[in-house]
Design a protein around this ligand. Structure first.
Ligand code: ARG
Length: 478
């Protein structure tokens, strides 16, 4: 197709190499929406009769229905989604179909399609991130949120906290992800369609009307910028890489916690697999796959940066390779996050073991109690360290108040009757803003709930808006 300029047909290997129909499948609906807006604009500008415009809208709307039901298969021989749509429309409408690409290039079209695709993909991902947050907060609110476990630094037991506070960390990370994705989505405000191949058009197009129909805030102010700008794609890949890193942190933790050594978590049967050899195994394969997605996503973000780097203005076919990378990243993130909320909500946390745990994690509390008796902190720290060292050498119990060593090492505490908090009591003694006490953990959770509610209402308002834009493009008055 489009070979009249040449003597020879495209080499079959070049044809196969140059085809983007596989990844373009996700651009089919956006491409039809772009075309519907373009047709309406052409009609308004007198570049199409209303009869022709009506015919085009009817056929494009029908194709949109087929796109939704997956019954419009793209032909790889037609190179890309744009030529597939054009050829289908021309097949049905003949010369009227041949008017569709008036004043338009695949350069401004693909740039617009990608933005429309990103606009809904970002909403999908935000909603799945919110579902994951919801699942975490549900656990944090329930009985398991009150289980007390040592928080770690350097993967070493540090200070005891409620499990709820720990789970809320992941909810915070996801809240920041949702915020970031929303900001990127809100920056998608400029419509490239109408910029043509690179320099606009000598036909009386009205790009601002097209932009309005497609729900953008403005038309591109510079046609050269419009056909070459891929910032939204890049930002999305970067943001989902950050999201991937967050998911991988949670996944890694759950892989560890579901081991017999940690014993803090039982993943639901629905999310574990067994070994083909060892029938006792409950392998956390899904968590492992999620953990690895971060590697894939950061790799894709790096690959995209490398494709974009040093490209001359304006459109270059390199951008097609980039487009495949962007779509792969987004579809991977979408898939991973479809599974994550259910994996989280179906998991069972296990209570900490009943056998008397040591009180070593109260070391800071002992030092702080000395500070309250007037001892300088560094000296208190050294005295506690010396106590722990002596106890270890003697094979005793750290802060064992029944033993003489306690009274000898910390006379000012033992005479005052000060009690070392047990692990279960520990979280409550830290009442600073953002600390481990129950009231702080609750306050933190309430703040997360509020942010979650706000983001949910953003997503649902935007969903409605997308639906209205599409309905108007298909059946609004001409
Ligand atoms: N398939 C192309 C892409 O994905 C569409 C734009 C092609 N433009 C061109 N001048 N060959 O980028």
């Amino acid at each position: 197709m489009l070979r009249r300029r040449f003597h020879n047909p495209l080499d079959p290997t070049a044809k196969a190499f140059g085809s983007s129909v596989t990844e373009d499948a996700v651009l089919l609906a956006p491409d039809l929406l772009s075309s519907l807006a373009h047709v309406r604009m052409l009609r308004r500008q007198g570049l199409l009769t209303s009869k022709d415009a009506r015919a085009l809208i009817r056929v494009l709307g029908g194709l949109l229905g087929r796109a939704r039901t997956g019954t419009f298969a793209l032909d790889p021989d037609l190179e890309d989604v744009h030529m597939n749509v054009e050829s289908e429309v021309t097949l049905v409408l003949g010369d009227v179909g041949a008017r569709l690409p008036t004043g338009r290039s695949r350069n401004d079209l693909v740039a617009t399609d990608i933005l429309l695709y990103l606009r809904t993909a970002l909403l999908d991902i935000i909603e799945r991130v919110l579902d994951s947050q919801e699942a975490l907060l549900h656990h944090a609110e329930g009985a398991s949120g009150r289980f007390v476990y040592p928080a770690a630094t350097h993967l070493q037991d540090a200070q005891c906290v409620y499990l709820g506070q720990w789970l809320q960390v992941h909810a915070h990370r996801f809240a920041r992800d949702a915020e970031r994705l929303r900001e990127i989505r809100e920056r998608i405000r400029t419509c490239p369609l109408g910029s043509g191949a690179v320099a606009g058009s000598s036909l009386p197009l009205d790009p601002r009307y097209t932009a309005k129909l497609l729900g953008f805030e403005e038309a591109a102010s510079n046609s050269i910028d419009a056909v070459s700008d891929r910032d939204a794609s890049l930002e999305t890949l970067l943001a989902i890489s950050v999201l991937g890193v967050h998911v991988s942190g949670l996944a890694e933790e759950w892989v560890l916690w579901s081991t017999s050594q940690f014993g803090r978590l039982r993943l639901d049967d629905a999310f574990v697999t067994t070994s083909s050899l060892m029938p006792h195994k409950r392998n956390p394969d899904m968590a492992e796959l999620l953990r690895a997605e971060a590697g894939a996503l950061t790799g894709l973000a790096t690959a995209y940066l490398a494709v974009l780097k040093g490209l001359p203005l304006s459109y270059n076919r390199d951008l097609q390779v980039g487009k495949r990378i962007v779509i792969e990243g987004i579809e991977r993130a979408r898939k991973a996050l479809t599974l994550l909320p259910t994996m989280i909500s179906s998991a069972h946390f296990l209570p900490p073991p009943k056998s008397a745990p040591g009180r070593a994690t109260a070391s800071v509390e002992v030092a702080n109690a000395l500070v309250e008796k007037g001892v300088p902190f560094r000296i208190a720290h050294e005295r506690v360290a010396q106590h722990l060292r002596d106890v270890e050498e003697e094979g005793g119990v750290p802060f064992g108040t029944d033993f003489g060593r306690w009274a000898r090492d910390f006379p000012e505490l033992s005479t005052a009757g000060w009690k070392v908090p047990s692990p279960a009591e520990e979280p409550e003694v830290r009442r600073t803003y953002g600390g481990s006490s129950l009231s702080e953990v609750r306050r933190d959770r309430n703040a997360l709930r509020t942010a979650l509610r706000n983001m949910r209402s953003y997503a649902s308002v935007e969903r409605d808006r997308e639906a209205r834009i599409q309905a108007r493009l298909c059946s609004g008055p001409l």
